[in-house]
Design a protein around this ligand. Structure first.
Ligand code: SAM
Length: 319
């Protein structure tokens, strides 16, 4: 079988699966604030793929692409009712890395079952360490639950990383306290430049806080050394003189499209080759032939230079 590759020699090796496009937070970069009506929630849940359907699609994709990583995301993946069964089912497909990105609210309760089912690593989104700023970013008062989730997962020996989206004027005051929190617990933290997605499509600029600004702030307290970037990585990493690691996902100031190997599958069985695309390609009913066509179409969605923005929020396409 011919390999699926584009003219830039890119293929798909990492699959990000959005399990649900609903969330128990309403973060200001993801939601405009009106999304969580009960009706939307019921509708989204009733159309979402079951664990059996998801495993079938992931198996087909793996057979064609020889995936190295599956990351479960959303929406909030820990709200997905059949999550431990799904994780165990994907584990059996033999894909080396199976990871989750979560806001951590339900992690304290679910971490043992996730570990048991075979999750190797968890990214927790945490945009603030002060309760008022956490509320400003997430529109919910749940900081202590997220922190307990992080501690529990770490205690169980799961590899935990923290992701923090930085928005100028909203939570840039949290960079240093978050860094300290992570360093104290030996957790790798990554700061993300804001992306022009969803309702922020035309206004992300005013909150943009660049890699250069983040680094300059960190260097007021720490001396840091850049580490070589790993192929297809979303993040640049640095090491402090004390041996702590931190990263910056510089979507805007240092784009990483040239070797991007990510494919996204949303909760309804649509694939996307790029976050810049808001054109869903359905593979819900695909056979081998139409799957190949869909994958070629998704590969053609990849940008050659940089992310160009999208009117679709990460809530739908999966972060
Ligand atoms: N609910 C889960 C969580 O909070 O981690 C998973 C979904 S969330 C959409 C996944 C990631 O997308 C989070 O790390 C979030 O910070 C990031 N994200 C969402 N919208 C973003 C934007 N406009 N710019 C940068 N990062 C964004």
């Amino acid at each position: 079988m011919t390999e699926i590759r584009d003219n830039f020699n890119r293929t798909f090796k990492t699959l990000r699966v959005s399990l649900l496009n609903t969330c128990n937070l309403a973060c200001v970069y993801c939601c405009c604030g009106n999304e969580d009506s009960k009706e939307n929630y019921r509708d989204a849940k009733s159309k979402a793929l079951s664990a059996t359907e998801l495993i079938t699609l992931i198996r087909m994709l793996h057979e064609r692409l020889n995936l190295t990583t599956v990351r479960l995301t959303g929406g909030e993946p820990l709200l997905y009712k059949q999550l431990p069964d799904l994780v165990a089912g994907i584990r059996q497909l033999g894909i080396p890395e199976l990871k989750i990105t979560t806001n951590g609210l339900l992690l304290e309760d679910m971490a043992p079952a996730l570990k048991e089912a075979g999750i190797s690593s968890i990214n927790v989104s945490l945009d603030a360490i002060e309760p008022e700023v956490y509320y400003l970013m997430s529109r919910r008062h749940d900081l202590s639950r997220t922190l307990k989730g992080i501690e529990t997962a770490k205690h169980l020996g799961i590899d935990v990383k923290i992701n923090s989206v930085v928005m100028k004027g909203l939570n840039d005051s949290q960079i240093m306290p978050l860094l300290q929190y992570a360093f104290d617990r030996d957790i790798t933290i990554r700061f993300l430049e804001i992306m022009a997605m969803g309702h922020l499509h035309d206004s992300a600029d005013k909150h943009f806080f660049s890699q250069e600004e983040i680094l300059a702030l960190i260097e007021t307290k720490y001396s840091v050394l850049p580490l070589p970037r790993k192929p297809a990585s979303t993040s640049n990493y640095w090491q402090t003189a004390g041996g702590h690691l931190f990263g910056i996902v510089a979507n805007e100031s240092e784009p990483f499209c040239s070797d991007c190997n990510r494919l996204r599958l949303d909760a309804y069985g649509n694939i996307y080759g790029c976050l810049s695309s808001n054109s869903p390609i359905s593979i819900r009913e695909a056979d081998q032939q139409s799957l190949d066509g869909g994958l070629m179409e998704a590969l053609a969605q990849k940008q050659s230079v940089k992310f160009t923005g999208s009117t679709l929020s990460m809530l739908h396409i999966g972060g």
